[in-house]
Design a binder for this molecule. Structure first.
Ligand code: GMT
Length: 373
């Protein structure tokens, strides 16, 4: 099949999933066209069957705002016609599904549109009444809409109420980059003594990630055991969190390492991963940490409870319950038998439910269903 993909190529989990899925499809022999504002960051070298169509948004003095959406739709139309695309896979209802729909109209071709909802488009934008009807339009006019968790499917139904069925297709593991490797050398190079445990967190430091809860949890754990906290990523909350770490008197043991391209090493030197968000449609970082062998504690927010099976493959707490998170963390970091039991279950479970092969199969079947009519 000839597949066009549009996503925010450098942004978070949605960009990673869109890119990895394109790579998987190309490896299966499909002809993949990324129609994006930049080269997706995981495509660093030439790969057969993948073409990048860059969307350049020109700045004209006459426009107050650069017309990204119109430029993208025009580019999509051009690629539909030039390459005779069968399917467009748009990541995010707004703006990408809408750009795909417009691109299809401009091209005047019956290309099929699959839209994947990733969370931010629904749980943040869905509360903005000015955009809600546009999101509903993007969903209803797509041929098939997928959502990355049952929780996101439910949220979409209650917030947006589209007249359309949604199918849950989970995020998947990148098994090549995320593998267990007890990285003592890296730990040493960061000046972390061997007898210290490492807790980590990776995110874009938005308010929904509740980094403060990670700091409060860490403060409690640190009172009992030797431990360091590694915070990977950057975003709007970063400087406030630095100040909070100083205020809580834990800054000597908290390492803010900023935005990193290669995060696998950080998981590999971790003993525990925390994701204490108040909204999280799936939590791709959990899969990355888990496939590196790191047991996770998450909140019962959104789809996190679909990724972590409580007391079987990891642990769950209510949003804001840092006391419980600390108690669980302490147990995991001191009770090796318990840790290894959860770790073993976790590795088996995620390979069973979130392998790249089985999730790519699901998307491929969706494309086939549309193309074969
Ligand atoms: O977490 C973010 O803020 C980035 C965001 C994105 O749009 O890339 O991630 C969302 O999509 C990921 C891939 O499907 C999910 O794993 C994340 O859970 C989801 N983030 C939120 O729902 C907050």
């Amino acid at each position: 099949m000839k597949i066009g993909i549009t996503c925010y190529p450098t942004m978070g989990g949605s960009g990673i999933i869109a890119t990895e899925l394109g790579i998987q499809m190309a490896e299966r022999g499909h002809d993949v066209h990324f129609i994006t504002s930049n080269t997706p960051f995981r495509i660093q070298f030439h790969r057969p069957n993948i073409t990048i169509h860059q969307v350049d948004v020109n700045q004209y003095a006459v426009f107050q705002y650069p017309p990204y959406d119109i430029t993208l739709a025009t580019k999509i139309a051009e690629v539909i016609n030039d390459y005779d695309l069968d399917v467009l896979h748009m990541h995010y209802a707004v703006p990408h599904a809408i750009c795909g729909i417009l691109g299809r109209q401009i091209a005047r071709k019956d290309v099929k549109i699959v839209t994947t909802l990733h969370g931010t488009d629904i749980t943040v934008l869905g509360y903005d009444s000015t955009l809600r009807s546009a999101i509903r339009f993007g969903i209803e006019e797509s041929d098939i809409v997928t959502s990355v968790s049952d929780a996101l499917t439910d949220d979409t139904m209650s917030l947006i109420a589209p007249k359309k069925d949604l199918r849950t297709v989970y995020n998947f593991i990148n098994e090549k980059d995320f593998v267990p490797n007890n990285n003592q050398a890296l730990k040493q190079s960061y000046g972390i003594p061997e007898d210290y445990k490492v807790i980590s967190h990776v995110s874009n430091f938005r308010k929904v990630k509740r980094i403060q809860d990670i700091l409060y949890t860490f403060k409690r754990v640190r009172e009992q055991i030797k431990v360091k906290l590694l915070l990977i990523g950057d975003g709007p909350e970063l400087s406030k969190m630095r100040r909070l770490a100083v205020k809580l008197n834990i800054s000597d043991d908290v390492m803010f390492v900023g935005k990193q391209e290669q995060v696998a090493n950080f998981y590999q030197m971790s003993d525990l991963f925390l994701l204490l968000s108040e909204k999280e449609s799936f939590g791709l970082v959990l899969l990355e940490a888990m496939n590196c062998g790191v047991v996770c504690i998450g909140t019962r927010a959104g789809g996190i409870g679909e990724v972590i099976r409580h007391e079987e493959t990891g642990l769950l707490v209510e949003v804001g319950d840092t006391e419980q998170a600390a108690a669980y963390a302490q147990r995991l970091l001191t009770d090796d038998d318990y840790y290894h039991q959860l770790q073993q279950n976790m590795m088996a479970d995620i390979q069973n439910r979130f392998s790249s092969r089985s999730i790519t199969d699901q998307y491929e079947a969706i494309y086939q269903e549309l193309v074969n009519g």
